[in-house]
Design a protein around this ligand. Structure first.
Ligand code: HEM
Length: 496
């Protein structure tokens, strides 16, 4: 039977659509097979077999990376012996680094060197899912309700600490803040009772942990060097001290902590994995060590750099602006400093933020490319970073890019202020002192809070002068801080 002519006509548009879809698919397949992948990033020349090793020994890592960046631009590969590391510099090329799924770009392969420091059962000694849950426990201990409690503890600790300073004197600010930050962290983490007993010993061991995380540690975490041996002894001793603390807390409150125990230790003991499992003693100890390590050196060195920058003669105006802000706040709230009052200290906040731009405690962030990916530079060049490659974002260079930060070498807290907002104007991932995206720092608010509590107290109560030269940076460790002593002369202000 013949179909009526109108029915045939009705098939025409369907036929045309099907054919055009097939053509489009063919075109895509064809272009996929013919389109060339972008080229790999340029590679530093270096010596045959050795790569940059000779330059590394003569110039140091930082200068080698600076030179390569100046010569090759924002995406380049550095070869060291058998290892190749691709560096990504600047917000334009960092989107995948920070936002990519862990199945595509991960921390695991490049962070194994931290395991002797953090210990078993936590961080990179466990699988990704367990680690995420452990970070969730940290996150719970850093919620605003908890931060409010910590703010009060911090204020009390800081007041007690500086009450011990005389009417006038000269101190090593670096050493003072190392002690103070350990006291603050211990009080917020473990509560007052255990804090006083263990301060000196814990502070010493934390310093040894940091000193034991050298640049060579990244490649050879178990190399038998004195710094690694001291690190291992320190970690073992911290394990013993914290295990005792966990056991005695569990013995004191076998049915879970009462509401009055509001420290991080109790939070971690009470935490439950999604399957209902409780945290083990080893895990709680590891998380306490990790929290102290993550927060202690980073915060104390940021506190010291804040002093060095504000007390440098060239920055007298910035110091005056920070003091005036404190006077305004005292006029409004009297001597009360709490979580809410701290939020009002914008000038001080920017002074610290600018310190972190110029002196980021994490000099370089690392990832491992589990899949190849493409980056496009602001000049429009595309490169393919191949699967298996170690990828690095050197914050020390990233934070001083002249197209993001005007006069990048200058200490200029107002660059983050109203009307400038250079960190925002530069686009996402312009300012990355606390990382960003999937692995952004969990302790940022806590860190700002304790540095603000310290400097708010110092600016209100003391006139200060730096009597040693502006400190150099100790680049030997993974988390660089000020090198040597930072001597400061103080005079207690008269009570008005
Ligand atoms: C001035 C102080 C601090 C600085 C500059 C800092 C910096 C950073 C940076 C850059 C990252 C990202 C690492 C990456 O992407 O590979 C990070 C992650 C992290 N930080 Fe901090 N940190 C500070 C204080 C703290 C404190 C006080 C804690 C809390 C206990 C903390 C806990 C963490 C944790 C758990 C992560 C891992 C987050 C994740 O991978 O999901 N940090 N921090």
């Amino acid at each position: 039977m013949e179909l009526p002519r109108v029915l045939w006509l009705a098939f025409v548009p369907v036929f045309v659509t099907v054919v055009s879809i097939m053509m489009a698919q063919l075109r895509t397949t064809f272009s996929r097979t013919t389109k060339q992948s972008p080229p790999p990033p340029p590679v530093t020349v270096g010596a045959p077999l050795l790569g940059i090793l000779p330059a590394l020994l003569t110039k140091g890592l930082l200068q080698v990376i600076r030179d390569a960046h100046a010569e090759m631009g924002s995406v380049f590969t550095v070869r060291l012996l058998h290892l190749k590391v691709t560096f990504l510099v600047g917000p334009d090329v960092l989107s995948h680094f920070y936002k990519g799924l862990d199945s595509e770009i991960s921390q695991d392969e490049v962070s194994q060197f931290t395991t002797p420091t953090f210990g078993p059962g936590v961080a990179f000694d466990v699988d990704f899912a367990t680690r995420r849950e452990q970070f969730r426990f940290f996150g719970d201990a850093m919620k605003p309700a908890k931060l409010r409690t910590y703010a009060c503890l911090m204020v009390r600790e800081v007041e007690e600490y500086f009450a011990r300073w005389g009417q006038c004197g000269t101190v090593d600010l670096k050493q003072e803040l190392e002690h103070l930050v350990t006291l603050i962290a211990s009080r917020c983490l473990f509560g007052e009772d255990v804090r006083a007993k263990m301060l000196v010993e814990v502070a010493t061991h934390l310093r040894e942990l940091n000193d034991g995380m050298r640049l060579v540690t990244i490649l050879f975490p178990h190399l038998p060097i004195p710094a690694h041996r001291r690190r291992d002894r320190a970690r073992a001793r911290l394990g013993e001290i914290f295990s005792d603390i966990v056991r005695s807390r569990k013995a004191s409150y076998p049915d879970g902590g009462p509401d009055v125990v509001d420290d991080m230790l109790q939070c971690l003991i009470d935490s439950r994995y999604k399957d209902g499992r409780a945290t083990t003693e080893t895990e709680v100890v590891g998380m306490l060590v990790s929290a102290l390590f993550a927060g202690q050196h980073t915060s104390s060195s940021t506190g010291t750099w804040t002093g060095a920058r504000l007390l440098a003669r060239a920055n007298n105006k910035k110091l005056c602006a920070a003091v005036q802000e404190q006077e305004r706040i005292v006029a409004r709230h009297g001597d009360r400093v709490d979580y809410e009052v701290l939020q009002e200290m914008d000038t001080l906040h920017r002074c610290i933020k600018e310190v972190l731009r110029l002196h980021p405690p994490a000099m370089m962030l690392l990832r491992h490319a589990r899949r190849s990916f493409t980056v496009r530079t602001r000049e429009g060049n595309e490169y393919e970073v191949t699967e298996g490659r170690t990828v690095a974002s050197p914050l020390v260079i990233h934070n001083r890019l002249p197209h993001v930060f005007r006069d990048p070498e200058k200490y200029e807290p107002d660059r983050f202020g109203p009307g400038r907002g250079e960190d925002v104007a530069g686009g996402a991932f312009s300012y990355t002192a606390f990382g960003g995206g999937r692995h952004a720092c969990i302790g940022e608010a806590f860190a700002y809070m304790q540095i603000k509590v310290i400097w708010s107290h110092l600016l209100r109560n003391f006139e200060m002068e730096m009597v040693s030269p502006f400190p150099e940076t100790d680049w030997n460790v993974v988390m660089p801080g000020p090198k040597g002593k930072v001597m400061v002369r103080y005079n207690r202000k008269r009570m008005s």
